[in-house]
Design a protein around this ligand. Structure first.
Ligand code: NAD
Ligand code: UDP
Length: 320
């Protein structure tokens, strides 16, 4: 049997590790490339015994010479606290990293999929956000290293497609959650669950009236794999996200209830440029990929709470 050789950059991260697992299950040879900036070996240790899985420590801001058939470009810190910690490196990862991965795709004639983000819409004036909306990003704000880096990466993908005929796919991923998020990742779902399970106050930024739509990780992975399998003329961008909009305060109360926690709620200042509303318009994903979310938020949160409960039982310090 000839196996497809697939490169996953950022493969030791939250989404990347789930994708590597899925691709191995689909019969691919998987090369996971990661510099372990926010990813962890623990996310992939269960895959290391598989002869079709290989890990390479490498920073994609440097060129990479490998032979592969498909590339999923997921390398980039995704949590605001992590991507703002070293903003220059964040932009380099999206821009120089994309140039390197697109150059690789061009040389070996591989298909390449970019993990773009709903953040390219910034603080949106159009709701829900369709792919035709060009966004409202503060170019010089603290989130710009991520938002503008990802926007430039999309530009590069489409220019390599037009100029060099590289076969591209661009997925705009909305807030995704699930097992293997880092307990100190800083994103809202992991923060609230860890706080609820360890009896700490739940930290709401602002008044909690800002909204997000939350997608369970398995649904996201299904969407990415379907997008990669589309005919060459399908380039995207395609939104992959939930279309159920939820205020952050409602999420906090839901997690307290599902975790049977006695945590109280504490309000903190809202970070600068925190988007007010966000909800995926999934019309394209539904019609082009035949894709839709299948895991409702209660089910997904219950699974994620179970994961963190087991993690905290094994490593109590993970919450501190
Ligand atoms: P994550 O931080 O868990 O994973 C990112 C991975 O990339 C980590 O393993 C990290 O070590 C690695 N990495 C970072 N810089 C690198 C570099 N220069 N070279 C090699 N590896 C590098 O985040 P995630 O949630 O798994 O996100 C994965 C991708 O999906 C990111 O590109 C992110 O922007 C995108 N995305 C995620 C979400 C979400 O809700 N999870 C939403 C939108 C977009
Ligand atoms: N948030 C919060 N408390 C936290 C972490 C995040 O209230 O402990 C809020 C944050 O201000 C934002 C929303 O939750 O409005 C989603 O934040 P996250 O960092 O998960 O993702 P993003 O802002 O990139 O969508």
């Amino acid at each position: 049997m000839i196996r497809k050789r697939v490169l996953v950059t950022g493969g030791a991260g939250f989404l990347g590790s789930h994708l590597c697992e899925r691709l191995l299950g689909d019969g691919c040879d998987v090369l996971c490339v990661d510099n372990f900036y926010t990813g962890r070996r623990d996310n992939i240790t269960h895959l290391l015994g598989n002869p079709h899985f290989e890990v390479m420590r490498h920073d994609i801001t440097f060129p990479l010479y490998v032979e592969v058939d498909e590339i999923y470009n997921l390398a980039c810190p995704a949590s605001p606290i992590h991507y703002q910690f070293d903003p220059v490196q964040t932009t380099k990862t999206s821009v120089i990293g994309s140039i390197n991965m697109l150059g690789l795709a061009k040389r070996v004639k591989a298909r390449i999929l970019q993990a773009s983000t709903s953040e390219i819409y910034g603080d949106p004036e159009i709701h829900p956000q369709p792919e035709t909306y060009s966004g409202n990003v503060n170019i010089i704000g603290p989130r710009a290293c991520y938002d503008e880096g990802k926007r430039c990466a999309e530009t590069l993908f489409f220019d390599y497609h037009r100029q060099h005929k590289v076969r591209i796919k661009v997925a705009r991923i909305f807030n995704t959650y699930g097992p293997r998020m880092h307990p100190k990742d800083g994103r809202v779902v992991s923060n609230f669950i860890v706080q609820a399970l360890s009896g700490q106050p739940i930290s709401i930024y602002g008044r909690g009236s800002q909204t997000r739509s939350f997608l369970y990780v398995d649904d996201l992975i299904e969407g990415l794999v379907r997008l990669m399998a589309t005919p060459d003329e399908v380039t995207g961008p395609i939104n992959l996200g939930s279309d159920v909009e939820m205020p952050i305060e409602a999420l906090a109360k839901k997690i307290i209830g599902l975790a049977e926690s006695r945590s109280t709620i504490e309000y903190h200042p809202l970070p600068q440029d925190d988007p007010t509303r966000r909800q995926a318009d999934t019309t394209r994903a539904r019609s082009i990929l035949g894709w839709q979310p299948t895991v409702d938020v209660d089910t997904g949160l219950r699974r994620t709470i179970t994961y963190f409960r087991e993690l905290l039982a094994a490593y109590p310090d993970a919450a501190r």
